[in-house]
Write a protein that binds this ligand. Structure first.
Ligand SMILES: C[S@@+](CC[C@H](N)C(=O)[O-])C[C@H]1O[C@@H](n2cnc3c(N)ncnc32)[C@H](O)[C@@H]1O
Length: 244
């Protein structure tokens, strides 16, 4: 089994990490939604709403969008459920078990699940009018390769919005957060999911993930412009975006 400290930010994709991550999400799929809302006290719902706002989909409400690392389809459903949205969302994930758990969250004529690896999306260049990734790029076995692939499939002018955890900067909250994330969360995660390591991997992968300003720079290197970020809930999570 992969050491949890494998470098998330490595430019070269690691097959070990890919296998490990896919297996984790296949294993925890039945409990993923419950744990997500329980461990974040459902704050993730407001983060997802904000991510969809940042996508600026109203510029092309009838467009074709990608939700990469779509998991159980929460972000895809958030976009598809917007009034005035009349486009389509391809919800791509390499763990079929996660996609299956999302069945019924969004109308089938709006959201199309697809088993696909974000590092090798099976679509031509410049396919999508926008893309989201919720809590996904941190899990990629090669962050720069993943950002490059996401940039490749965006049309010129289309936006990528990444939602992920960060570590708060302010001292008292930071200590509390680290205690919760490294002590409390793995314990609850293990008890509810029954998985021995998945919820130990989560805080370790967040600790290993670049902060938003660095992620922004990596997006620029991947060919995106007008990059920016917004910290959410005192810096527990952040949205980072860029335009193709
Ligand atoms: C933490 S979950 C996030 C799911 C969902 N986006 C959400 O907001 O709840 C991460 C997802 O990324 C998927 N994933 C990780 N690496 C991937 C890759 N290379 N290609 C496709 N999916 C990937 C996992 O299978 C998992 O479903």
């Amino acid at each position: 089994m992969l050491a949890p400290s494998l470098p998330t930010g490595a430019a070269v994709p690691s097959p070990d990490k890919r296998r490990y991550v896919r297996q984790i999400f296949t294993d925890i799929a039945p409990r993923y939604d419950l744990l997500n809302h329980l461990l974040s006290l459902s704050i993730d719902r407001s983060w997802r709403r904000r991510a969809i706002e940042r996508l600026e989909w109203r510029r092309r409400p009838g467009g074709l969008y990608l939700d990469a690392c779509a998991g159980t389809l929460d972000l895809a459903a958030e976009l598809a459920g917007r009034r005035d949205f009349n486009g389509r969302v391809v919800a791509a994930d390499f763990a079929l078990a996660m996609l299956r758990r999302g069945t019924g969250k969004a109308p089938a004529d709006r959201v199309r699940p697809a088993v696909a690896d974000t590092l090798q999306l099976p679509v031509p260049d410049a396919t999508f009018d926008g893309a989201t990734v919720g809590f996904g790029v941190r899990n990629l076995a090669g962050l720069d390769a993943g950002l490059g692939e996401l940039a490749r499939v965006l049309k010129p002018g289309a936006r990528l919005v990444v939602l992920d955890f960060t570590t708060p900067e302010a001292a008292p909250l930071r200590a509390l957060y680290l205690f919760y994330f490294h002590r409390v969360l793995p314990m609850i995660g293990r008890l509810v999911s029954g998985h021995p390591t998945a919820y130990t991997y989560l805080p370790e992968s967040v600790a290993d993930f670049p902060p938003p300003d660095e992620l922004e720079a990596r997006m620029r290197n991947a060919g995106l412009r007008d990059c920016g970020h917004e910290r959410l809930t005192a810096g527990i999570a952040a949205l980072t975006w860029g335009v193709r």
